[in-house]
Every structure is written in C-alpha cells, then in structure tokens.
Design a protein. Structure first.
Length: 362
C-alpha cells in the first residue's frame, strides 16, 4: 500500500492506495462516531459490501442506496439523501462513507458538507477515475439542469481509501473510461508516468486490477501533489481540467447519455491537442505521442454528429470561465501545461471541427 498525505492551509488527510487500503479506516476510530452510514449503489454493495465491512472493521453501518448514473448527482437526490440521514438519526457526530464511483463521491461529499453544516465523510472510491482523481481533493458537487457540477463545495474528506481489488468487476468500457483520466495525469506528470503507460497500456485491464495498484497510486499522486499546492483551484490546480472544457460540453450536449465521463474527457484531450497545435504551442512529436496514447486505450462513442454551434455555445458557461472567457489548459509538451485565456474563437472552432472530422482517428 502507498500512503500519501494531503495537506493545505485548511486541512490534512491521508490517501491510502493499494490492496488492503480499506483497513486504514480503522485508524479513524469509527466506533467513536454516534452513527455510521454508507452511501452507495445497491448492486455494487451486494458485490463488495461484506468484504468492505470486513476490511474496514465498521459495525452497525446503515446503507443509503441511490440509483446508478449521472442523474443521481442532483439537488433533488441530495435532499433525499439528507432526509435519509435525518430519518436514520444522523447528527453532527455521524460519519458518512461514500462507497462508489465519481457520482457517489461527489454526491456524498456534497451532502456531508451541508448536512447540519458539515459532518465527517470518507471516500472509498470503486472506479479507476475516482481512485486516481475525483475522490481526492475535496471538490464536491451536484448538477443543475444541463450544467455539470454547478452547485458544490470544497470540503475535504477525513480519509481516502482506494483498494484496486474492487476494480476487477468493472466492465471493460467503465475501466477504459478511467484509463483516459490516467492518461490525462500522465500528460501532466511528465515522462516517467507517460512512458510507463506507453509501455504497459495493453496490460491494463480489469483482470489485472490488483497488480496495477502501484501505477494507479502513481497517477493518484499527481492529483495529491497538485491539491497540496493549490487546494481551491486558484492557479495550479486548474491544470487538472485538461480536456474537461470540451469534455463537459460533449457530455452536456448529449444530456449525459452517450459518454462515460472519461470518454468525454478523452475527446476533450484530443480537441485540446488540436487547439494547442492550432495556436502553435504544441509540437508535432508530442502531439502525436499524446494522440496515439489516447487512441490506444480503446474505441470512443462518436462526436461527428454533434452540432458544433451547440458545443461552442456551452464553452463560455464552463465553471473555469471568467467573464465569459475560457481559460484553456493546453499542453506545450508532455509534462508542461499552459493556461491561456486569449485564444481566438476561430481557432477553437477549427480545433473542434478538426477533431470531429478526424473521428475515431483523431
């Protein structure tokens, strides 16, 4: 297991990654809480609940189930979960465990941050993308209408426990979706992680999940280091949004029904590469390497039929936009990012059209 420590001006907590990570929950002395709840999905809990209880040592844990999928990240669902906590007797000394993927983690963190003005929670991520990215950093949110993560808080967990064993039951598409986020972290991190992925990508599959622990922990460390330097996304942490500006627009324009999150980010990465090439900040060699690694992860749902005007219209509404100006995260090379707000709209449109025309061969 790898123990990583997140520390900032307002919080400190551990991220424990690797087989057996659930045991680390015992260090919180969970029996000291007045009550303990887990927020999860019913089928996921049926498969892994007993093993989690054995590993974590939690007793008298009450379950709150929500439906699988992005539609559960809503204000209405947050209200429902808060109501279930109240009905179950939760008070300010209660503990909430978010056991699931990014939707569960975001929803659970948001409810924990607002229930009785804040209760403790633990992230127990069960997908690749949650283990390397979304469970770390204390960003919580729900969607409002077509806007992803519009209402949210910065509220750090008490602990993050990521056991890769649980990834073994992910279907191939969900597993690949998470790998796109690992690729994103490798682009940010530089040659060591990027080269490791280039050499070993075909070996990364659900059946090898436990053996992939060290590589996934390395990818998670990228997020940990960025969060330690910039907890509230004032500067450096914005680089983690590489691929997300286009990616969120792809999700929104398809009403979250076509893409898994990582797939939308993958298309966003490819579009960001095109944009970086258009404004001549990314050279052809690194562009080709990045594009090749994204393509090698696997097939993506199509984007060629999406209306460019609708996508472009969503970009200024991105949460990272200021005064309607998008702050683009663009690679200059593997391991070096540029944050650029002065990108001509014509180049943005051209990069999108380039990506759509290239299709699966982008």
């Amino acid at each position: 297991m790898k123990h990583m420590h997140v520390t900032s001006g307002s919080c400190a907590y551990d991220v424990v990654a690797g087989a057996g990570a659930w045991h680390a929950l015992q260090t919180l002395a969970p029996d000291g809480y007045s009550s303990r709840f887990v927020l999860t999905e019913e089928q996921l809990w049926k498969r892994w609940g007993r093993k989690f209880l054995r590993g974590s040592g939690l007793r008298h844990l009450r379950t709150i189930f929500v439906p699988a999928g992005e539609t559960s990240k809503s204000v209405r669902m947050a209200e429902r979960v808060a109501g279930a906590l109240l009905e179950g007797g939760a008070d300010r000394r209660s503990l909430l465990v978010a056991f699931g993927g990014g939707v569960i983690g975001d929803l659970g963190g948001f409810v924990a941050s607002t229930y009785m003005r804040g209760i403790d929670y633990v992230q127990a991520p069960t997908t690749v993308v949650a283990q390397v990215d979304s469970a770390i950093g204390g960003k919580t949110a729900v969607n409002v209408g077509a806007m992803k993560n519009l209402v949210g808080t910065f509220y750090p967990p008490r602990l993050v426990i990521s056991d890769p064993t649980v990834l073994a039951t992910l279907d191939t598409r969900a597993f690949r979706s998470g790998l796109y986020e690992v690729v994103k972290h490798a682009i940010l991190a530089g040659e060591r992680l990027f080269g490791e992925l280039e050499s070993n990508l075909e070996l990364m599959r659900p059946s090898q999940a436990e053996a992939l622990g060290p590589l996934l922990a390395h990818a998670a460390l990228v997020k940990v280091e960025v969060v330690c330097a910039d907890e509230r996304e004032a500067g450096l942490r914005r680089v983690l949004n590489l691929g997300h500006t286009f990616g969120h627009a792809f999700e929104e324009v398809t009403h979250y029904r076509r893409f898994l999150h990582g797939e939308a980010v993958a298309w966003g990465l490819l579009a960001a590469m095109r944009l970086a090439e258009r404004i001549e900040v990314l050279g052809p060699h690194d562009a080709a390497r990045i594009r090749s690694l994204v393509r090698r992860v696997g097939p993506l749902p199509p984007i060629r039929d999406l209306a460019p005007g609708r996508i472009l219209g969503l970009l200024p509404r991105d949460k990272k936009a200021v005064g309607g100006r998008v702050h683009w995260i663009l690679p200059e090379r593997v391991g070096k990012m540029l944050i650029e707000a002065n990108v001509p709209p014509a180049h943005v449109r051209a990069a999108l059209l380039d990506t759509q025309r290239a299709g699966q061969h982008a």
